[in-house]
Design a protein around this ligand. Sequence first.
Ligand SMILES: C[S@@+](CC[C@H](N)C(=O)[O-])C[C@H]1O[C@@H](n2cnc3c(N)ncnc32)[C@H](O)[C@@H]1O
Length: 210
Amino acid sequence: MLMNRAETALINSPPRRWLQRFYEVPVLLRLGGRIPPGSTALEIGCGSGYGSQLVLQQFGASRIDALDLDPMMIDRAQRRLTPFGDQVTLVRGSATDLRAALDAGDDSYDAVFDFGIVHHIPKWRTAVAEAARVLAPGGRFYFEEVTAHALNRLTYQRLFDHPTDDRFTAEQFLDELRRHRLLVLGSVTRVQGDYLLGVATKPLSNGGAR
Ligand SMILES: C[S@@+](CC[C@H](N)C(=O)[O-])C[C@H]1O[C@@H](n2cnc3c(N)ncnc32)[C@H](O)[C@@H]1O
């Protein structure tokens, strides 16, 4: 589901960018570390591309594929990410079908980033399954998510558009990761039951983590 005007303005506002750069990124780096040099990352629901820029600059990815359902966001991301040249591939498509969008095979990315997008997808379980499928063994899934607890608040309901069925709690989201054999590294940061930040890994075939 696409963002409405109010959410588009909020998500692309300087305070949100500040929060993403100076709070979310340090938390995710503390939990999951940088990704190995030469790695290719995927960002699902990249919006205007600020997260992809941070993945290249702060997490150390050498390349990133980024997709979004909204062509307007892809245009914005294109403008932002032009200086990175062929380090970036931008595609319009759905996180629920990464084969159709990016021809992404199993185990094809060293890291997958979700900066607040899975709660926008009615079939969110399919998006989690896709992220797990394309992640290489030893790879990391970095997530920042908004739970049903937040979406059910009056302010969220009045201001923004989100799917109304099958919203997830923090536990349901984490259970879904486990169902796809993604193991959460360390602890998950929870903010007032509304938001969660964490990193999960797909175990190597011998059961270990990288
Ligand atoms: C809350 S915004 C987050 C954008 C960006 N990650 C950020 O942090 O600025 C959610 C984004 O998910 C996108 N989106 C919604 N459903 C999607 C889907 N099925 N596949 C890919 N992107 C989707 C929306 O167009 C929107 O850009």
